[in-house]
Design a protein around this ligand. Structure first.
Ligand SMILES: [Zn+2]
Length: 263
């Protein structure tokens, strides 16, 4: 039995290893056995309305790192288009101190976000996704944001500010717009994090990401160098393959795994 369990965990580690980086899932195999799950683990709770009728985006930011209104407005709009939430999608801003020195690891993001959390991800009929905006950078300072479990992302404002392109095209605000939708896209399970798409749109070299530069899930949206890939408009929308994956997960025609909740 013990040998069997070790084998399963090794298999999961191998399976999940390519997800490290933007999805911050280096230790995701351990998290499969915890309540907070892996990125995509509350995708159905968002897509479906039968238990969670309201979504709250808890935005915990350190002084100087509050996201732009354009970013949170866009994020709500994108989520309203795919998640069925009859009682609405609300944003709650809290000025926070994470009491963290130095750069961040995915584990730091998990620990500090849990300390700051105002409510549990699932509370009554409300689903809460937490977005933290700390000072300092990720341990790999090319990373703009990470999704670390089923309900938590971090966006690194210093790196976002550094990623603006020549002549401010794209601007830091435009990068932030795209990165926030991108990271929350990982919470929705994109691309292939908790399901296998019938469409061939996952980038072969950047697992968990799209190969379509017109999708907000395009792999380069993850990185500080995004400003050198795009000299103008960044993608801010899920493409048709992404949307088809989400609707297939919602109606059950695409099987999902590692869900913390199912309809
Ligand atoms: Zn990503």
């Amino acid at each position: 039995m013990k040998r069997f369990k070790t084998g399963v965990i090794l298999f999961l580690l191998l399976l999940l290893a390519p997800l490290s980086g933007c999805t911050g899932a280096t230790n995701a195999a351990n998290d499969l056995f915890e309540n907070y799950g892996i990125p995509g683990g509350l995708a159905l709770a968002c897509l479906d309305d039968s238990s969670y009728t309201r979504l709250v985006l808890e935005i915990d930011y350190e002084e100087g790192y509050k996201p732009e209104t354009s970013s949170t407005d866009m994020l709500v709009e994108r989520l309203e288009a795919v998640c069925d939430k009859p009682n609405g999608i609300d944003v709650k801003f809290t000025l926070s101190e994470f009491n963290h020195q130095g750069t961040w690891t995915a584990e730091d993001v998990r620990d500090k976000s849990r300390d700051a959390k105002e409510t549990e991800p699932r509370d009554g009929s409300t689903l809460t996704w937490q977005l933290i905006f700390p000072s300092n950078t990720y341990e790999d300072d090319n990373v703009l944001g990470v999704a670390v479990d089923a309900s938590t992302i971090a966006i690194f404002g210093e790196t976002v500010d550094d990623s603006a392109g020549w002549f401010n095209r794209p601007s830091a605000e435009e990068v932030e717009n795209s990165v926030m939708v991108h990271e929350v896209g990982h919470l929705l399970g994109l691309v292939n994090l908790v399901y296998t798409s019938p469409a061939d749109h996952e980038d072969s070299e950047n697992k968990g990401h799209s190969n379509n530069e017109d999708s907000v899930m395009y792999w380069a949206i993850n990185s500080r160098s995004v400003g050198s890939f795009f000299s103008g408009d960044l993608p801010t929308e899920f493409d048709q393959d992404d949307l088809n994956d989400l609707s297939g997960m919602a109606d059950g025609s695409i099987p999902t795994e590692n869900q913390l909740w199912r309809p």
